[in-house]
Design a protein around this ligand. Structure first.
Ligand code: LMR
Length: 402
C-alpha cells in the first residue's frame, strides 16, 4: 500500500555508534569494545573524573531553577573554551576577532559551522582527509555541500602522505573548505609535524582556503597547549577559520554534549555580525544549549585549582594510553606477529589505525567478541591489563591466517 512513509528507505547502521549498538546487544560475557572513541580506565570503566565529581557536588549544593541559557550559552564558558584553544594572549582574542558559541558537543559545533558556511560560501566544496572521522562526510553532505577527499594516510609507509595532501589542497578552488584534525587525527592517530603544519598553512593562505579545524582530543596527544599548536599557528597567520572543540573525551562528559564553535574573523567589526548569525542558527535548530555539562566545564576552565586538577587527570589518561600502546606492540610480538607494529607507538591520541582489514575486523567480532571499526581503527584507550592479552592473541591469530 502506498502511504506517506512507504518510500522511506533504511539507512545503514552508523559505522561507529551503530557498532556500539551491536556491541550492547551482544550477550557474550567477555566481549571487548574497541570501537567507539571513549576512554576507559584500567578497570575497564568509563571514569567519572574527580574534578567533575567535586564540581558537580558543589553545583548541587547551590542548586537553582533550570532556566534557559542564552542562545550562545554561558559567556564565561565560551571565554574559557576560547582561551584554552587559542591561548590567553592570542591576538585574535585581544583584537576581538574570536567569536565562540557553546555547542552540542563537537558534532554540534561542526554542524553549526557547516550551516553558517553554507550561508557564506554556498557553492564551496568541503575537502576532508582520506580517511577521516566517519561522520565528517555525512555531516557536511547533510548541510548541502559536495564533499571531496584529500590524500592523508599512506598505507605503504603507515605515515602521513604530506606531498599528496599538499598537492591535492593546491588544486582546490579558492574558498574551498578544508576540514583538518588539529591533533590526534581520527582515525589514523597520525598528525603532521609542526614543520608540516607550516607547509599546510602556507597552502591554505596562498590558495585562500577556509580551514575548519576539528579538535575533539585536546590533551590526549602531547598536552593541552601542545595539542593546540596548529590552531594557534593558523590563528597567528590571521587566516579566517572555524574551529570545533569538544569536551566529551577530555572531561569524560560524553552524554552532556559540551562543545564550542569558534570562528576567527578578519576584523572586530565582523565579529558581532557573525555571532548574530550563529545565534540565529542555534535558535532555529535547538533554541539554546543545555546547562549542566557546560557549568562544570566553565568552573574548571576558569578556576586555577580546578584547572590544575583536571590537567593532572587528563595527563594520567594520556599516559595510560601511551603505556597501552607499548604493551600492545610488545604483546603482539610475543604472540608471534612478525610484522613491525612499532608504528602504533608513533600514533597520537585514542586511536590506532592498525592495518587490520574489514574481513579481519569482522572475524574478531564474530569469533572473539572484540569490536573494532571495519576500517581497522582500534580505540587504544579501551585496552587494559585484563583484556590486552586476549586482544593481542586474537589479533595475532587473524593476522597469521591471512
Ligand atoms: C569516535 O570517533 O568514535 C567518537 O568521536 C564518537 C563518535 O561520535 O563517533
Amino acid at each position: 500500500m502506498n502511504t506517506l512513509f512507504s518510500h522511506v528507505t533504511q539507512v545503514p547502521r552508523d559505522p561507529i555508534l551503530g557498532l556500539n549498538e551491536l556491541f550492547q546487544a551482544d550477550s557474550r560475557p567477555n566481549k571487548i569494545n574497541l570501537g567507539v572513541g571513549v576512554y576507559y580506565d584500567e578497570q575497564g570503566h568509563m571514569p567519572l573524573l574527580e574534578v567533575v565529581k567535586h564540581t558537580e557536588a558543589q553545583l548541587a549544593e547551590h542548586s537553582a531553577a533550570k532556566g534557559y541559557l542564552p542562545i550562545d550559552g554561558i559567556q564565561n564558558y565560551n571565554k574559557g573554551a576560547q582561551q584554552l584553544l587559542l591561548g590567553k594572549d592570542a591576538s585574535a582574542i585581544h583584537q576581538e576577532r574570536a567569536v565562540t558559541i557553546q555547542s552540542l558537543g563537537g558534532t554540534g559545533a561542526l554542524r553549526l559551522g557547516a550551516d553558517f558556511l553554507k550561508m557564506v560560501v554556498p557553492n564551496a566544496v568541503v575537502a576532508i582527509s582520506n580517511p577521516s572521522w566517519e561522520n565528517h562526510r555525512a555531516l557536511f553532505e547533510k548541510a548541502g555541500f559536495e564533499v571531496v577527499e584529500y590524500p592523508y594516510y599512506d598505507s605503504q609507509t603507515q605515515n602521513l602522505d604530506i606531498e599528496g595532501m599538499l598537492h591535492s589542497l593546491e588544486q582546490l578552488a579558492p574558498q574551498s573548505i578544508v576540514v583538518l584534525h588539529a591533533c590526534c587525527h581520527n582515525p589514523t592517530g597520525i598528525d603532521p609535524t609542526f614543520e608540516q603544519w607550516q607547509r599546510i598553512a602556507q597552502v591554505l593562505k596562498e590558495k585562500q582556503l577556509i580551514p575548519f579545524m576539528d579538535i575533539a582530543y585536546q590533551g590526549f596527544g602531547d598536552g593541552l597547549d601542545e595539542d593546540a599548536k596548529a590552531v594557534r599557528y593558523l590563528a597567528e597567520l590571521n587566516i579566517p577559520m572555524l574551529i570545533s572543540s569538544s569536551f566529551s573525551k577530555s572531561f569524560a562528559l560524553y552524554g552532556e554534549r559540551v562543545g564550542a564553535l569558534t570562528v576567527l574573523t578578519s576584523t572586530a567589526e565582523q565579529s558581532p555580525k557573525v555571532l548574530s548569525q550563529l545565534k540565529r542558527m542555534a535558535r532555529t535548530n535547538y533554541s539554546n544549549p543545555p546547562t549542566h555539562g557546560a557549568q562544570i566545564v566553565n568552573l574548571v576552565l576558569n578556576e586555577p585549582s580546578r584547572f590544575a586538577a583536571w590537567e593532572a587527570e587528563l595527563s594520567q589518561m594520556r599516559l595510560r594510553i601511551r603505556t597501552m600502546r607499548q604493551q600492545l606492540v610488545a604483546k603482539l610480538a610475543e604472540h608471534g606477529v612478525k610484522k613491525d607494529m612499532s608504528f602504533i607507538l608513533d600514533q597520537q591520541g585514542m586511536f590506532s589505525y592498525s592495518g587490520l582489514t574489514q574481513a579481519q575486523a569482522q572475524r574478531l567480532r564474530d569469533e572473539d567478541a572484540i569490536y573494532l571499526l571495519d576500517t581497522g581503527r582500534i580505540c587504544v584507550a579501551a585496552l587494559n591489563e585484563d583484556n590486552l592479552d586476549t586482544v593481542a592473541t586474537a589479533i595475532a591469530r587473524v593476522m597469521a591466517d591471512s
